[in-house]
Structure formats: structure tokens, C-alpha cells
Write a protein of this length. Sequence first.
Length: 111
Amino acid sequence: MFMGYGNVYVASIAVGASPSQSVKALIEADSYVGPSIVLTYSPCIEHKIKFPRGLSRLADEMTKAVNTGYWPLFRYDPAKITRGVNPFVLDAPKKLVGDVHDFTGRTMPSV
């Protein structure tokens, strides 16, 4: 939605899945002259992370979200348009691994 405005830097990151992409997006967002928004995937207990490992595996959960296509990694920099460069960069894996339905269909174990 924000990309439709045409003057907003937009990025989607998951620090645990791709630290380098996250840093690049944050640097670009900070240096962009104009509004920027960075959407960050951050798992929590409501995402049905199974215990006993639980929240100690946040990076694993972020990687699964990216690899299944649940959370795409991208950067949109409208400043590139004036240079004749495509403003949209998809940083997600070229091939998805796993099934997004398996990722989203997990249930909380009984306590």
C-alpha cells in the first residue's frame, strides 16, 4: 500500500533470517530523503512457536517464515526511479522451501 504513494521508502525485513538484508534496508531507509517504513517480522508466542525451545529459536522461526514465502524480504526505493533503475528489489530466496500452509497451520501444544 505504501509503495503506491510513490514517494515512500518501504522495506520488509526479518533480522534472524537475513541480517545483511536487514542492515542494508535500515541504512537505505535512514538515508532516504522522505518518509520511510520498515516492516519487521518478529515472532512471538501468538505465532504458535512450540515449546520447550520456544522463543530461543526466533531466528529459526524467521528463516522458516522467509523460506516458505510467508514473509517476503524486499526493498522499494523510489529514488531509484529518477536514475532509471527498478525501485523494487526482491531479496527473498529464489526458490521457496517448505509449505506456507504447514508454517501457518501449526497449533499450540497443551501445557
